[in-house]
Design a protein around this ligand. Sequence first.
Ligand SMILES: N[C@@H](Cc1c[nH]c[nH+]1)C(=O)O
Length: 387
Amino acid sequence: MKSRKISRGLRDLLPPELKVRRFMEEKAAALFASYAYEEVMTPTFEYLEVVEMGTGGNIREELFLFMDREGGILSLRPEMTTGIARLAATHLRDAVFPQRLYYLSNSFRYVQPHLAQYREFWQAGIELLGAEGVRADAEVITIAVKALQEMGLDNFKISLNQIAIFNSLLDDSGLNREEKDCIRSLVENKDLVELSRVLESLDIDDELKETIAILPVLHGGIEVLKRLPYVEKNQRALAAVQELREVYETLQLCGVIDHIVVDMGVLRGLDYYTGTVFEGYSPELGYGLLGGGRYDHLLGKFGFPCPATGFALGMDRLALLLKHPALQKAPRYLVGGKDFAAVIARAEELRKQGFAVEIDVEGKSRQELERKLEGRENCITGGLIYV
Ligand SMILES: N[C@@H](Cc1c[nH]c[nH+]1)C(=O)O
């Protein structure tokens, strides 16, 4: 037998799944376009050097690497934002900013595959380039909320944080890179027990310890920001807290605040974030549905300093939650008959009216077609027309 294997973590999509995917893409694209975002595409792979400009070294083991024939090291893109930053630094230097860009793309990561986590995964995302300030952050978060609503979801929350709070606290700690990474992952994974054990073993200010220890459980309305004792001592952290308040207030103006919770445990896995960060969750699925935030230094690494913010929806995960009535498309007919010219003419007529039409290409009798239709009522929703 010929091998029919595909590599682990990849998959084929059959018509029902692809229908859901295309529906989601159409909704996302229409929403993004209504906010004046325009679609772009970048290559599926980039030089490793470019990819690591964005991701830092910290997801090296998740990259699919290979070589070109000139000896250059290439990586399948593990996410889209870095490629878009490179694109902007290459082609948009003379453009008028802010620039609003969107994409519907696949990316690749060598991860342990499980439900809703594939090695090839699809995202619909936006990047708002060249705009600093809380209004720009609020625009992308508002679009994130609306995107989930457009897909028919209403039971979801966007968890909001400001990465500079955590980063400036850690900078004060005097810890080395390894210790910082360890604390970061314990906070992200909400591993309270291990976090307090590690903090206990470190020689840092007690109030700072206390503040870091409660970050994973600081979750709720804007009032959680009052529970950060050490922040008063750190100007950068204080400014970041103030900015988070302003983003929250602006989201109130945008009418999406019911979907927002402050969550000091949201740190995002990627290195490039500098300010507001957020993730979207539904109680129906244990994994994030979207993620994004501000990354003001990434374009600068490509020689084009420019503030930026954006997010991406995880389309594979969203598809698991989608039960949208609009997925029932126009009725579909089966047209058959002895006179093939008449069959073709009737089918064309129906298609012009906007229906989907299957014609019987096997020249079957009415009875045979009726029998064939049994059990396919869900598919041939318009029924049989025999001419
Ligand atoms: N590229 C990020 C999402 C993002 C878009 N813009 C900013 N962040 C991700 O894959 O998680």
